[in-house]
Design a protein around this ligand. Structure first.
Ligand code: GRG
Length: 292
């Protein structure tokens, strides 16, 4: 295992302990509570929280505040996966190497788990523990709502559903990916700058644009070349569903080269931070070297 993989693995373990403690202690339905715990406990790489935390560290943000924002973005990501796996969407039995939430419980419970995760994300951000200044909390809430909603991830998911029956142009695919995947990465990359009350967050927005697209290309490549066991989910789905992806459009080798270029661009943007960006650079490289 590479050094960065070990680091990601140990971060995910620590993060998950903390993450589970953020679930409501007062609950009325043990079934819903168990399904929420289950969907979090099956793990995941926790890359969105990790980018958020590493950028925050680089900017000197208080760790507890960064952890709370990291939990909020991961909750939105987890909700999207639970809903995406439902029969009406991608219809999957396996996620992160375990039964999907609706297979373990039922469809209605999975819908409610996603809904509860989404509300909890905003409950966490709106709490004073996330930042003492209301305007900073409001700014985080605003950015996460846009990233998750109709002009962000949900909008991208809708375009993706339509794309199964329609041929898309390069620009249409780029827009779909930017919304569906890129917007959550955008939040991960700007939450630290917002928490540190940085005036100009443009570098981090640009960093996230390159990163998000590289992540998506790698995701598409893994769908073609990845090992189902390692990935803990079904592969070759884009192909069987006739989905338009950047890899289909560019071809495997060109897509790989494009993702390498995007990662180079992201890393270049970190130059002004010198040695402080070391870990973040390793993490950025991992986005395209990963095998799951
Ligand atoms: C249902 C509103 C709604 C949105 C769904 C996230 C999503 C949108 C669909 C999932 C399908 C997919 C493959 C999206 C592309 C990128 C992505 C989110 C990959 C999975 O993220 P990882 O690799 O997963 O970070 P882990 O399990 O490590 O957290």
């Amino acid at each position: 295992m590479q050094k960065i993989e070990k680091f990601i693995f140990s971060f995910a373990k620590k993060f998950d302990d903390y993450f589970l403690k953020l679930l409501p202690t007062k609950f009325y339905s043990p079934k819903l509570h168990n399904a929420m715990r289950y969907s979090i406990s099956v793990g995941g790489k926790r890359l969105r929280p990790l980018f958020l935390i590493e950028i925050s560290k680089m900017l000197g943000v208080n760790k507890r505040m960064a952890m709370r924002a990291a939990a909020a973005i991961e909750l939105i990501h987890c909700y999207s996966l639970v809903h995406d796996d439902l029969p009406a969407m991608d219809d999957d039995d396996l996620r992160r190497g375990h039964k999907t939430c609706h297979k373990k419980f039922d469809d209605a419970t999975a819908i409610l788990v996603g809904d509860a995760f989404q509300s909890l994300a905003f409950e966490i951000l709106s709490d004073k523990k996330t930042h003492p200044k209301p305007e900073v909390r409001c700014n985080l809430i605003n950015h996460l709502s846009v990233a998750a909603g109709a002009s962000g991830m949900v909008g991208g998911q809708m375009l993706d559903l339509v794309a199964e029956k329609k041929k898309l142009s390069l620009n249409e695919i780029l827009l779909l990916q930017k919304l569906k995947t890129g917007e959550l990465f955008r939040f991960s990359c700007i939450a630290g700058p917002i928490l540190s009350e940085l005036k100009n967050i443009k570098t981090f927005v640009n960093f996230s644009k390159n990163l998000g697209l590289a992540f998506q290309i790698k995701d598409d490549l893994l769908d073609i070349e990845g090992d189902e066991k390692k990935m803990g989910k079904k592969t070759k789905k884009d192909l069987t569903r006739g989905k338009e992806t950047l890899v289909k459009l560019y071809g495997v080798e060109n897509a790989r080269r494009k993702s390498e270029k995007l990662i180079k661009n992201s890393i270049k943007l970190l130059e002004p931070f010198g040695l402080k960006a070391r870990r973040l650079i390793d993490l950025t490289n991992f986005v395209i070297s990963r095998n799951k």
